[in-house]
Design a protein around this ligand. Structure first.
Ligand SMILES: Nc1ncnc2c1ncn2[C@@H]1O[C@H](COP(=O)(O)OP(=O)(O)OP(=O)(O)O)[C@@H](O)[C@H]1O
Ligand SMILES: [Mg+2]
Length: 281
């Protein structure tokens, strides 16, 4: 299952993943949500017969009004919540929280304040207990190198900026070599410049590591900049409102991409759809 991409602590050592016929990196996992019903209290449905899937290496952004169930959907996909009925699979296997293919990045970094950066990143490997300590350390340093933070390995979270902390959270997910990365508004609390920089870094990393990503955001421009496809959720229990393929070049999407006419057309289309959802509520 593991691609072994984090075995050598040097950024130069990472080869680009092989690409499949569709031009997508091929070491990501496919996920499939089929006919899923879910209700927190067993009576008020949040999802009814929900269906959503992604191809290996695809970057899917999930947009929708507050409270429509985006985080709930991520928790279902990660196996933290069981569906009332239906099936959720990753590469054909029913999902469980222990699945090694999964990485999760939350809205806030949620680092352990008493551990230094290296030990925060190493934490998941230590818990899994499958690797010798030296190898855990090498992998954690390699993950920190991926996010440009090797020099901060010995620092503690309170010594880092918000953007750096979110990078550490990303490294903590990447160190597990996830083939599916679930991200819940990971950059929402950051200033616009840091956010734009991290958007570009994330695209660079995804181009290199090739994982499948499901990325929740409220920011239409962020969704269009990052994704291959945007999925719009409707007010619960309506499920998916619509999808929009993002036909912009990837992975070489740079800051100037946001100034393209096509970029504006796509963001306008999504804004109109969101207004329709909110207006109809
Ligand atoms: N553990 C829980 N128990 C009961 N209800 C919950 C629980 N978690 C969320 N909910 C409810 O489910 C609905 C969807 O919540 P969810 O967090 O998935 O929304 P969201 O789309 O992520 O919203 P936001 O954009 O504000 O983050 C909300 O009405 C929320 O109050
Ligand atoms: Mg949420």
């Amino acid at each position: 299952m593991s691609s072994g991409i984090l075995t050598i602590p040097s950024t130069a050592a990472y080869a680009a993943p092989p690409r499949n016929g569709a031009g997508l990196p091929s070491n990501g996992a496919a996920f499939r949500v089929e006919a899923v019903d879910f209700a927190y209290d067993g009576t008020h449905p949040m999802f009814r017969s929900l269906a959503l899937s992604a191809r290996p290496g695809e970057f899917v952004a999930l947009l929708g009004p507050s409270g429509c169930g985006k985080t709930t959907l991520l928790n279902l996909l990660s196996g933290f919540l069981p569906p009332s009925s239906g099936r959720i699979t990753i590469d054909g296997e029913t999902v469980t929280p222990e699945m090694p293919a999964l990485g999760y990045v939350f809205q806030s970094p949620q680092l352990f304040p008493w551990l230094d950066v290296l030990d925060n990143v190493r934490f998941g490997l230590r818990m899994a207990g499958r690797l010798p300590e030296a190898e855990q350390r090498d992998k954690a340093l390699a993950a920190l190198a991926l996010v440009g933070l090797e020099a901060a390995a010995g620092k503690f979270p309170h010594q880092l900026s918000g953007g750096m902390q979110q990078r550490v959270a990303l490294a903590r997910a990447l160190v597990l070599e996830p083939r599916l990365l679930l991200m819940d508004e990971p950059f929402a609390a950051l200033d616009a410049i840091t956010r734009a920089t991290l958007n570009e870094e994330l695209l660079r990393l995804c181009g290199r590591l090739g994982q499948t990503v499901l990325f929740i955001t409220h920011d239409v421009e962020e969704a269009v900049f990052l994704a291959d496809r945007v999925v719009l959720l409707d007010i619960a229990p309506a499920g998916i409102h619509s999808e929009l393929a993002i036909d912009l070049p990837r992975p070489r999407r740079l800051r100037e991409t946001r100034r393209l006419e096509r970029f504006t057309t796509l963001t306008d289309t999504l804004l109109e759809r969101i207004s329709a959802i909110v207006g109809a509520a």
